[in-house]
Design a protein around this ligand. Sequence first.
Ligand code: SAM
Ligand code: SF4
Length: 345
Amino acid sequence: MINPQIPVRPAYFQDQFGRSKRKLRISVTDRCNFKCVYCMPEHPEWMKKHQLLSFEALLQFCQLMVEQGIQHIRITGGEPLMRQGVVHFIRDLQPLRQLGLARISMTTNGHYLSRYAQELKQAGLDDLNISLDSLDPQQFFTLTQKQLQPVLDGIQAAQQAHLPIKLNSVLIKGINDDQMVPLLQWSKARQIALRFIEFMPLDGDGHWSAAHVVTEQEILQRLSQHFPVEAIHSQGANPAREYRVDGHPVGIISTISHAFCGQCDRLRLSAQGELYNCLFAEQPVPLKVLIEQLQTHTAPVAREQLLQQLQSYIWQKKAGFHAIHSQATTTAGSTRKISMYMIGG
Ligand code: SAM
Ligand code: SF4
């Protein structure tokens, strides 16, 4: 969290709509042990090991980004706990707090958390988002091709390690939209904040259709049949719209029905060093070569080139999801093949 003794750095990166960049999401691997229907393709082609940025190179990049005003780093994937060395990486990020890094988070499917929760806490992780789309073991298996119990054990381990948690639930019509009420009751009983995420067109095999999306309005309608629902109007750069349902904090990330792009302050780096100025960007900027040069004798030149490329690419960030999506669907031959497991969500 923000340390009052460390002055907040000005945000160096701004886009053409005046949105400053304060958050960086880093995918440390595209690999995953789950096969979520809304994310992973049937036949994923994993990146090769040599294509991944090393943690040493990533650390240099993180330092440069924090010096330019990034305050929050989120580690994601694929499944970040599948990349060996990720706990050490979190430990190695700690000195960046002196430069203005205020928060280090992780998004995980929770499967390996029983093993790692305590180590992550000790390494200095601030908080976790854990994906949990169903409390029904059979339905969970249909959604992910994995067992539910290790995830529930992982959530418990994270709580025992005193890591603050949010649960992320993607709802798909006709598949797990019956889970809204059980998830609310379950998370409330354990005092874990819950966020519903509208299904986005970022699934690996491109089967998304608007008919599968459970919208914010539908979620609120269903929940209000069972519980009192109170809106908390504080979106800002937060992608979720916040509510209290039966007194419990519930966020809804309604990218499809209410895109939150107006104040987006995020950047995303893929595991192979491609920067995306938006989750839906048609083209990333490939930075791996320059990032790797930050560790060599040509570092000062690489640093200048990186800053130039970053500034110019970030400046071009489009208005948001609706602008990009409508362009992609009206332009014949949109070539974007990237899906959530490659870019990190
Ligand atoms: N494997 C980790 C996990 O599942 O939490 C981290 C990576 S995952 C890509 C990050 C987040 O993206 C998860 O909360 C997941 O539910 C969400 N996600 C994946 N595909 C999605 C889609 N098509 N629409 C909406 N959210 C999606
Ligand atoms: Fe893996 Fe996360 Fe994608 Fe599920 S959402 S397949 S857990 S990367």
